[in-house]
Design a protein around this ligand. Structure first.
Ligand SMILES: CC(C)(COP(=O)(O)OP(=O)(O)OC[C@H]1O[C@@H](n2cnc3c(N)ncnc32)[C@H](O)[C@@H]1OP(=O)(O)O)[C@@H](O)C(=O)NCCC(=O)NCCS
Length: 174
């Protein structure tokens, strides 16, 4: 699968069967289809996107916000499409949307043992600021709380522009 043809689109009801399949593939505590439906039905303070490669749904991201703080609620890429920059594109899209809409900072929780996701978030300027002990009830794993600050600052816009242009170069190499 090439990263070339990936398109980011709004998540709709018609995507939910495929979203649920990816979610079940990835998560020990998967969200249900009805939870995704509930989320995408709230348009005022939610942002849900899917990544499509040709006609196949390969990933998704979700974000909610309160006042000027956003929260990445979910992010997943089907295992067969890992390492092609799809999560990076989904995060770029979500964080650009947030900063363009006046959101200042963004937070998320990630499993302490999920170093792959943490590396991704570090690249996007997230820093670890705390721990929720035994947050994940399937195995009592801790959650690391991460924040990315000042999304609209030059520093953070430049960071995202750098990630976007590295993805373009890789596309060219592919
Ligand atoms: C974490 C997760 C979302 C990452 O998805 P992904 O699409 O593989 O992420 P990306 O491809 O954007 O980035 C992953 C790596 O591939 C590299 N990469 C990106 N595009 C690339 C390309 N075209 N060629 C080679 N490498 C590339 C990135 O630099 C990155 O490297 P790093 O991990 O050493 O920093 C995915 O592994 C996943 O769904 N995991 C399970 C669910 C999960 O953990 N969700 C987050 C919960 S908080």
């Amino acid at each position: 699968m090439s990263g070339l043809e990936v398109k980011i689109e709004a998540m709709h009801r018609r995507h939910l069967a495929a979203v649920e399949r990816v979610e079940r593939e990835l998560s020990a505590i998967p969200w249900s289809k009805s939870l995704f439906l509930q989320e995408i039905s709230r348009s005022g303070d939610r942002y849900y996107r899917v990544a499509m490669c040709r006609r196949e749904l390969v990933g998704f991201v979700g974000m909610m916000w309160v006042a000027d703080e956003a929260h990445i609620t979910n992010l997943g890429v089907s295992k067969r499409a890992w390492g092609k920059g799809i999560a990076s594109r989904l995060l770029l899209d979500a964080l650009d949307h947030a900063s363009d809409g006046g959101i200042k900072d963004c937070t998320l929780e990630v499993r302490a043992g999920n170093l792959r996701a943490q590396r991704l978030y570090f690249r996007f300027g997230f820093v670890a600021v705390g721990v929720r002990r035994a947050y994940y009830h399937n195995n009592d794993e801790d959650a690391i709380i991460m924040w990315a600050y000042d999304l609209a600052s030059d520093r953070e816009r430049n960071r995202r522009a750098g990630i976007a242009s590295a993805l373009e170069v890789r596309k060219g190499d592919g």
